[in-house]
Design a protein around this ligand. Structure first.
Ligand code: SF4
Length: 275
């Protein structure tokens, strides 16, 4: 494990579920991300490369500053302090896409949607509908497991105020595009948590060969779009792939009742039952 107040966990140093090793190639700029994502040999190799990326100066500085300073409640914990890689079933039927990890959530625990209130809501719902093995996701290595589902973010590093810049979104896109490409053979449904994820996933779907509608439908809770599957989709699964919109289970949305447990369960049930 890391010594106290280190800015990040060194790759391959024993953190549970760390996909990287000391030899994993590191992206230091936009061109590196493009090249390393495109040449990632498989999903494991891609996630390893995602998890050590240093391409966005502002986000690297922020995620590591947060990891050093820490929130009082987590002062005794090591922080991950690195990009949060895609996680879940390597051959998912459902791909769940969010915006970016939280500073004291995924940036602390090393697992997407883990360690913050949004994730608590999401994993509880996933468990209720049979897509997660446990009702909670606390930390990498806690035994949690997704069942037929996978999660990824449009931006892999925690941004200040949860707001990545347009340039940061563009810089990070090749990681998502390659991940979508590598799981496209099995995916039957894409669930977008929030409008930014909805917007951010279109170019990744296009890159992976999906047939997309024009004009792009608007985001909304329960919005549904049928996508023509890419050539890599498995035989026997040639019907439309479903893209679903879901309000983000942010603290603001759940506190105000804009998102309820029933609303989350309904979208995830729809995703689970789409064949
Ligand atoms: S946001 Fe994406 S591209 Fe930028 S440093 Fe993090 S992982 Fe790399």
């Amino acid at each position: 494990m890391t010594p106290g107040n280190a800015p990040f966990v060194p790759p391959g140093s024993g953190w549970p579920e760390d996909p990287a090793t000391p030899g994993t190639p590191v992206a230091h700029g936009t061109g590196d991300v493009v090249e390393l994502a495109a040449k990632a040999p498989d999903l494991d190799g891609l996630c390893a490369r995602q998890s050590v990326c240093r391409a966005c100066d502002r986000l690297v500085e922020w995620r590591e500053k947060v990891a050093v300073q820490r929130r009082r409640a987590f002062a005794d914990e090591d922080y991950w302090g690195r990009p949060v890689a895609g996680w879940g079933d390597p051959e998912p039927r459902i791909l769940i896409v969010g915006l970016a990890p939280a500073a004291h959530g995924g940036n602390r625990t090393g697992r997407i949607f883990t360690g913050d209130r949004s994730g608590d809501w999401l994993f509880a719902s996933l468990h209720r509908v049979g897509l997660a093995a446990l009702p909670t996701s606390v930390h990498a290595g806690d035994g949690q497991r997704l069942i037929g589902a996978r999660m990824a973010a449009t931006v892999r590093c925690a941004p200040p105020d949860n707001k990545p810049t347009p340039l940061e979104r563009t810089t990070c896109l090749p990681w998502l595009a390659r991940e979508v490409e590598l799981v496209a053979a099995s995916v039957r449904c894409v669930v977008c948590l929030g409008g930014f994820a909805w917007q951010g996933v279109w170019p990744a779907l296009k890159h992976a060969g999906y047939g997309l509608p024009r004009p792009r439908p608007k985001f909304g809770h329960g919005a549904e779009v049928e996508l023509a599957p890419p050539p890599s989709a498995r035989d026997g699964a040639s019907g439309p792939v479903l893209m679903l919109g879901c309000y983000h289970p942010s603290q603001q949305n759940t506190f105000t009742g804009r998102v309820t447990e029933d609303m989350l369960d309904a979208v995830l049930t729809r995703a689970r039952d789409h064949r």
